[in-house]
Design a protein around this ligand. Structure first.
Ligand code: DAH
Length: 350
């Protein structure tokens, strides 16, 4: 063949290769097309075997054209192969796809809920935050100084007796205790902040009590502390009454009865209308129509002295009551031990 014929047939081969590659549907096909055009026995091989019959000039022209067509076909094949492989990969991934998502038949059944005590604690915090109090936290493991001494509970006081408190084997004997009430957090707050102070301090407390329908060895209290200038007993009574109505509703009243606590003077117990009978008298309230919630009083000058607050300048009141007892009254829970049982039939009602 003459060189113009060779160039013409190379052009045809190049076009045919381009058409074949465009129509290829798999990378295997691309490989076959490549072999049939640029392989050892492919269409271009016939042309190159003609080279030796050409003169030097023609050999160079045709040879160069041959090389560029070969590399054109080869790079075209490469790009077709790449995109086909990608398509093949996507198809394979799709066919191998497994849906591993879990189907929950009844989502509600499998969700937990907030424990009644945590909920009650949050609701009580809300009421006091609404009245302008801040919420403070203290540790459950306390020093005997914070738990007793600074609160004007002297060594011989019955509340210190080992049958009431869990002492920890740590440091000097009886110097570290699981707090028996939230009152030591008052001490911490007064040491950390300057008056005026308006704070509530909820948390878990521990006593060596035998469990019965109204007691468990671990339970919860919320402590309140107000320190400001000119605070009187009326402020305390008003705060308790406002809280009672906000939390239990307007039909429930509170009353204060004289009592004794070493850290307050004067001291009182506060009671609310029995929510079980509405105040007419029943077994739960021993026929009185009232249920005791907690204690309160005016902060004792010795407590102020222990934390370096001047009792001549500042006065204040404190209160502390049971969160578990509040929940019991609000939701008519007959036995406090149920709080610790983790029985789903009880927990899921709230
Ligand atoms: N800490 C007392 C208790 O656990 C309750 C209490 C009484 C707290 C009077 C007070 C208070 O802040 O003023 O029985």
């Amino acid at each position: 063949m003459e060189s113009p014929d060779l160039l013409a047939s190379m052009k045809e081969i190049a076009e045919a290769a381009a058409i074949a590659l465009a129509a290829a549907t798999s990378s295997d096909q691309v490989r076959e097309i490549e072999i049939s055009f640029i392989g050892k026995r492919g269409s271009l091989a016939d042309i190159s075997s003609e080279l030796r019959n050409l003169d030097a000039d023609a050999k160079r022209t045709v040879g160069e054209a041959l090389n560029s067509i070969r590399s054109e076909i080869s790079s075209n094949a490469e790009s077709v192969r790449t995109s086909l492989r990608e398509q093949e990969r996507m198809l394979r991934l799709q066919s191998e796809r497994r849906d591993l998502s879990e189907f929950l038949v009844d989502r509600h059944d499998s969700l937990g809920s907030i424990h009644l005590i945590s909920r009650t604690r949050a609701e009580l915090e809300d009421v006091f935050v609404g009245m302008g109090f801040s919420v403070e936290d203290g540790p459950e493991v306390e020093t005997e100084w914070n738990n007793f001494e600074a609160l004007n509970i002297p060594r011989h006081h019955p509340a210190r007796a080992s049958q009431d408190s869990f002492f920890l084997k740590f440091g000097e004997q009886d110097s570290v205790v699981l707090r028996t009430h939230t009152s030591p957090t008052q001490i911490r707050v007064m040491q950390a902040q300057e008056p005026p102070i308006y704070a509530v301090m909820p948390g878990r407390v521990y006593r060596r009590d035998t469990a019965d329908s109204r007691h468990t060895p671990a339970f919860h209290q919320i402590e309140g502390l107000v320190v400001d200038r000119g605070i009187g007993f009326g402020d305390l009574a008003g705060t308790i009454e406002t809280f009672t109505r906000a939390y239990f509703g307007p039909e429930i009243n509170s009353r204060l009865r004289p009592a004794f606590f070493p850290f307050t003077e004067p001291s009182a117990e506060f009671e609310i209308t029995c929510t079980i009978c509405g105040g007419t008298g029943c077994r739960t309230c021993s026929g009185t129509g009232w249920i005791e919630l907690g204690g309160c009083g005016m902060v004792h000058p010795n407590v102020f002295k222990a934390v370096g607050v001047d009792p001549e300048e500042w006065s204040g009141f404190a209160f502390g009551f049971g969160i578990d007892r509040c929940a019991q009254m609000r939701h008519s829970v007959s036995d406090a031990r149920i709080y610790l049982d983790n029985d789903i039939r009880f927990l899921s009602q709230f």
